[in-house]
Ligand binder design. Structure first.
Ligand SMILES: *Cc1c(COP(=O)(O)O)cnc(C)c1O
Length: 406
């Protein structure tokens, strides 16, 4: 039994959806693993992973099973009641990380919104209203709500919406002296992505995160790691902070956490969580059984030595080929990132042209991403197999040749 559908096409987007996105010319209709098919039946290799979201590719049998099983049981019950999948997922997340407590929501922006509100509330309760300043990094990305664009270090996302949230300072990323100069006893939180994702797949230096930790401790400020993009196995550790050996007070997770089903989470300690007492914060859908059942299964699959070590091995396979292509065609000045969050930094001659490469890839039936105008970004499934990696990279090479020869 299936409902009859009105035929739709890409052109309809420009008539019925607000023009805040500019989607590709084709319309995907089905996916399996790291392959996607469009309306015309054309098969594409997916190295974009829904922007670091489809952590187990498309239609992974374990996730289909978790979702359909829960769909027959209970979809939504509200936070007036708790539910088994949320409790199971929270137990597993706290067992696997520094955290003692979890707040569930539906997106990365909401997880950060909760983190920033917690940081201000905690400081307010302990030290008073003066201690409310947040320090974040230039070129960072934390989501699209008014608070998160204000904390994010990209004015193109925060300008033009009236007064911004006040009390936010931006400092250059990976610059210890700048952070030292900016932090004070009025600082309630330092917010950092361990790897800047949207900002160009730029990893933090270990010394920078260590210095941030020490400075936060010195000034009674919270260290907040936005791991929305770097988390849930993306780097080959469950969370990137583990890779660095620097533990935050608050960590936000989303994207890969749901493997394609919307969910976000803010993780924190017992001591801080106490400041989110009854009524202080909330969301209708946060922690709903469907999302939590799927995320629980994602965590079960991802948080295993096989998958996490596999991510590191796959990184090497990608990086070696990308460096080779970079040299052959002179397109990359470097390849950076960690695990399966990989950035090809465009060489001087191709600066500003990331979109041209993404468009050329589409012509070669390949889905890739950009991270700003100067970086090509790959964020594929964490369980992509070698054959798909090789086929994807062969298509990427043809795409690069197209741009170079054009
Ligand atoms: C994508 C992203 C967000 C925003 O997540 P949404 O689910 O789009 O709200 C926040 N922080 C980082 C680091 C991200 O990459």
């Amino acid at each position: 039994m299936s409902a009859s559908h009105t035929p739709v096409e890409r052109a309809d987007f420009d008539k019925v959806i607000v023009p805040s996105y500019a989607p590709a010319a084709f319309v995907p209709v089905r996916g399996l693993g790291s392959r996607v098919w469009d309306q015309s039946g054309r098969e594409l290799v997916d190295l974009a992973g829904g922007i670091a979201v489809n952590s187990l590719g498309h239609a992974h049998p374990a996730l289909v099973e978790a979702l359909t099983e829960q769909a027959g049981l209970l979809w939504h019950i509200s936070n007036v009641f708790t539910n088994e999948p949320a409790l199971r997922l929270a137990k597993k997340l706290t067992a696997a990380t520094f955290a003692d407590r979890v707040f569930f929501c539906n997106s990365g922006a909401e997880a950060n919104e909760a983190a920033f509100k917690l940081a201000r509330r905690y400081a307010h309760n302990l030290f008073g209203a003066e201690k409310h300043e947040i320090i974040a990094a230039t070129n960072s990305f934390h989501g699209r709500t008014l608070f998160t664009v204000s904390v994010g270090g990209q004015p193109k996302y925060s300008d033009g919406f009236g007064p911004k949230i006040q009390g936010i300072t931006h400092v250059p990323y990976n610059d210890i002296e700048a952070l030292k100069a900016a932090i004070s006893d009025k600082t309630c939180a330092v917010v950092l992505e361990p790897i800047q994702g949207e900002g160009g797949v730029l990893p933090a230096d270990r010394a920078y995160l260590e210095a941030a930790r020490a400075l936060c401790d010195q000034h009674h400020a919270l260290l907040v790691f936005d791991e929305v993009q770097s988390g849930m196995g993306r780097t080959g550790s469950l969370y990137a902070y583990m890779e660095y050996g620097v533990t935050p007070d608050v960590l936000t997770s989303a994207k890969s956490l749901g493997g394609g089903f919307p969910i976000g989470a803010m993780l924190t300690t017992e001591k801080l969580a106490a400041h989110l007492s009854v009524g202080v914060h909330g969301t209708t859908y946060g922690g709903n059984p469907l999302a939590c059942a799927v995320a629980e299964r994602v965590l079960d699959v991802v948080n295993t030595p096989e998958v996490l070590q596999g991510v590191k091995a796959k990184h090497e396979r990608f990086a070696a080929r990308l460096r080779e292509m970079g040299e052959r065609y002179g397109v990359f000045s470097g390849v950076r990132g960690a695990g399966l969050l990989i950035g090809g930094v465009l060489a001087e001659a191709y600066k500003g042209r990331a979109k041209d490469f993404v468009d050329a890839a589409e012509k070669e039936a390949l889905m890739i991403l950009q991270a700003g105008p100067d970086v090509l970004r790959l964020a594929p499934s964490l369980v992509i197999d070698d054959a798909d990696i090789d086929e994807g990279l062969a298509r990427l090479e043809r795409a690069i040749a197209r741009v170079v020869q054009a």
